[in-house]
Design a protein around this ligand. Structure first.
Ligand code: PDD
Length: 281
């Protein structure tokens, strides 16, 4: 695989990042995952805007290649022959001479920029979407700025492991009794034809797929309600689903052992997935 590190396209085995990199030592970094379908980037513009916002919120400098990111993405897709898959991009505050909690002087320490591709043939025609996934609920104990897409992913990783141990696929996180989001996706329920999802705030990541799916839903005359909901309400809903750049729209058929609706993939999630893929291809 050819990867991109600090201005250079290199074979992955030759790519290097310092052991003093603050991403490595302190999770002082932000990232984006952009999907590729039919060799085309999906929603690049949205991901670039959110990346810029994440950098601003953390007072992190833009790497000098910031304005060339679209070209870099396209070149990596081409060099690696990606038809279906994704591009991972990470920017950290860089590698100062020493470990220190205080941010390094931005004049002396340049941010680190890394991009690599992941080839995922069959991403669009994913058979899992025909059956749906099962989730468990866990307490949301992440920090309070979940709107910033940082690389602090230990708790979401632990959540996926808890789900796996319970024989499930993923976890929905709950704070003060209400669902925030999935470990790496936004969460929705459907009741009496209405699509219900938590509104945007610092409590959740402002999903790029979420924005697209809600727009498509409204264009298709489906009603969207942005408000928090509990696990009990989700279990009693007609349907549930999640969205993300890596799963698009993924139906959820079971929550904490209780079937959602009839336990099968419902019509709203199925239709939204079809619309999303049609519009993206
Ligand atoms: N995760 N919420 C969280 C906590 C996420 O990590 C993600 C994305 C989303 C969905 O955002 P988007 O639609 O922009 O992908 C919501 C990515 C895919 C990941 O970490 O791999």
């Amino acid at each position: 695989r050819t990867v991109f590190v600090n201005g250079e396209y290199l074979p992955e085995t030759e790519a290097k990042v310092s052991i003093f990199d603050r991403g490595f030592l302190m999770a002082d970094g932000v990232y984006e995952v952009t999907s590729v379908l039919g060799g085309k980037l999906i929603d690049f513009e949205g991901h670039a805007k959110r990346l810029e916002r994440s950098l601003n919120e953390l007072d992190m400098q833009k790497p000098e290649e910031f304005d060339d990111l679209l070209d870099i993405h396209r070149k990596l897709v081409e060099l690696n022959g990606i038809e279906e898959g994704m591009i991972y991009l990470q920017i950290t505050r860089g590698a100062p001479d020493d470990r220190d909690f205080v941010f390094p002087d931005p004049e002396a320490t340049r941010p680190t920029l890394v991009l690599f591709t992941q080839n995922k043939p069959g991403l669009a025609a994913n058979p899992v979407a025909d059956k749906g996934i099962k989730v468990i609920s866990i307490e949301d104990i992440r920090w309070g700025r979940r709107d910033i897409k940082t690389v602090q992913l230990l708790y979401p990783s632990m959540g996926k492991m808890m789900a796996k141990k319970a024989g499930c696929d993923d976890a929905w996180m709950v704070e003060d009794g209400y669902v925030t989001e999935g470990t790496s996706n936004n969460a929705y329920i459907v009741k009496d034809g209405k699509i219900i999802t938590r509104g945007l705030s610092n409590d959740i990541l402002h999903g790029i797929t979420r924005a697209a799916v809600l727009r498509f839903a409204q264009e298709a005359q489906m009603e969207v309600v942005e408000r928090p909901y509990t696990i009990e309400e989700a279990q009693a809903a007609d349907e549930a689903f999640v969205t993300s750049a890596s799963t698009f729209v993924m139906p959820v058929v079971e929550i904490d052992g209780a079937a959602v609706g009839d336990g099968q993939v419902g019509p709203v999630a199925k239709r939204l997935r079809e619309i999303y893929l049609d519009e993206s291809l």
